[in-house]
Design a protein around this ligand. Structure first.
Ligand code: LLP
Length: 413
């Protein structure tokens, strides 16, 4: 019973009944399948076997400690996008040499902490940032390992909000600007220039943009090496999408094969930074129906005790997530709009969905939320962050308790 499936008409995670978990912890809550994360990590690992590589899990997708530790035990390294994520990684038992630090706006205080740690690489975004890293490294008597993030002007073909590889996007330096910046970085005494980095976007459902970007990055790497600047690695970012609606997307093995081919003859170590593709399908958000309303004209609204505060993706990107009943029975299906409790019309999880004649108290599951779900939750409307549960084998445990009003007020006078 791997992943989410029905057993005797009850939705389970790896065979653990989610109605039972709901009774114990209350709703809404996130539930993660350790099995699915393990399986997906191993698929990628298998696909990359034979080439020197490191899988740096993108913490921004989900940095709940239990998940970070699970991935560490599997042999993952990490990609951090803030000093907060670096701290989480260190507390989860990672060594500095397993962390790459990315981010379009690293604050002076973040660099001041990060540089002396001796990270595997700081993925620099600009000549100015390289200069600042150099200054901090020299002042602290170290040499910072840096890579340069290159923006290859390749369209990820994803939602515009999460496409990052076009010239009009704020990320990295343009391909044609890169060489002089690298030459200068390689001369700076506080820097050790170790690699090139790119990340062109997220939720890519074809491999073509990724391979095009990597091919451009690899060509730049050849030029850099030919100039006598040695490189250790090529960091190709993350971005592989998953299928939210059942339509076909390339799997992790196909992704690994494409990435290997695009970098084959370089002889550099490969870094990938997957987030969503490792954790998204491992998570579901379990919520209760708190109201059912019929409006004149026929719309039926099913109101949940979870909304944009627990899962922002539908409101922010118009993202589609499957919504399923936790308990299936023979009630006739009804067409409904599944919405949250927040006073914004964008607080809608799905329109024209089919649920078995919904009633107050029924449990529903919003699927594929293991990435960019809990991490993007907010306290809007003073709503507490939901509980998070991990299922591992036939056992489950709360890995993050539900926030309480005291937690919310603890920082206030
Ligand atoms: N590396 C870098 C530098 C990134 O910025 C990201 C994601 C990743 C790796 C991981 O990408 P992934 O493999 O997860 O696609 N909140 C959005 C997604 C934003 C992704 C931002 N960067 C969403 O809910 O779809």
């Amino acid at each position: 019973m791997a992943g989410f499936s029905y057993l005797d008409d009850v939705l389970t995670s790896d065979g653990v009944r989610l109605d039972t978990v709901a009774t114990a912890v209350g709703t809404p809550f996130y539930v993660y399948s350790a099995h699915v994360i393990r399986q997906r990590f191993r698929d990628l690992e298998t696909g990359l076997a034979g080439v020197p590589h490191a899988i740096h899990y993108a913490l921004k997708a989900n940095s709940t400690l239990a998940i970070v530790r699970l991935l560490r035990d599997l042999g993952a390294d990490v990609d951090a996008n803030s000093i907060g994520e670096i701290d989480v990684a260190l507390r989860a038992g990672y060594q500095a040499g397993q962390i790459v630090f990315t981010g379009v706006g690293k604050a002076p205080s973040e660099l001041a902490r990060a540089v002396p740690l001796g990270l595997k690489a700081i993925n620099a975004e600009s000549p100015g940032e390289l200069e600042r890293i150099d200054a901090i490294a020299r002042a602290s008597g170290t040499r910072a390992r840096v890579a340069l993030r290159v923006n290859p002007d390749v369209d990820a073909g994803s939602h515009p909000h999460i496409s990052t590889g076009l010239r009009r996007n704020k990320f990295g330096v343009a391909l044609e600007q890169a060489l002089p910046i690298i030459r200068e970085a390689a001369r700076r005494p506080g820097l050790r220039f170790v690699g090139l980095h790119t990340h062109i976007g997220s939720q890519m459902t074809t491999l073509e943009p990724i391979t095009r970007a990597i091919t451009l990055l690899a060509a730049l790497a050849r030029t850099v090496i030919a100039e006598g600047i040695p490189l250790e690695h090529l960091d190709v970012g993350g971005g592989l999408g998953i299928s939210y609606d059942g339509s076909g997307t390339p799997d992790l093995q196909a992704y690994a094969t494409a990435v290997r081919h695009a970098t084959a003859d370089l002889g550099l170590s490969l870094i990938v930074e997957p987030g969503r593709s490792l954790t998204a399908p491992a998570g579901a958000l379990i919520a209760s129906i708190v109201d059912v309303k019929h409006h004149p004209g026929g719309r039926r609204f099913v109101v949940l005790d979870a909304g944009m505060t627990e899962l922002l993706r539908p409101a922010l990107y118009g993202a589609f997530h499957r919504i399923q009943p936790v308990v299936r029975d023979d009630r006739a299906p009804a067409t409904c709009d599944v919405v949250g409790p927040v006073c914004e019309s964008s607080d809608t999880f799905g329109t024209d969905r089919q649920l078995p004649d919904p009633r107050v108290g029924d449990l529903v599951a919003v699927m594929d939320v293991g990435a960019y779900g809990a991490v993007m939750a907010s306290n809007y409307n003073r709503r507490p962050l939901p509980a998070e549960v991990m299922v591992d084998g036939d056992a489950w445990r709360v890995v993050r308790r539900r926030q309480r009003i005291d937690d919310l007020l603890a920082l206030e006078e």
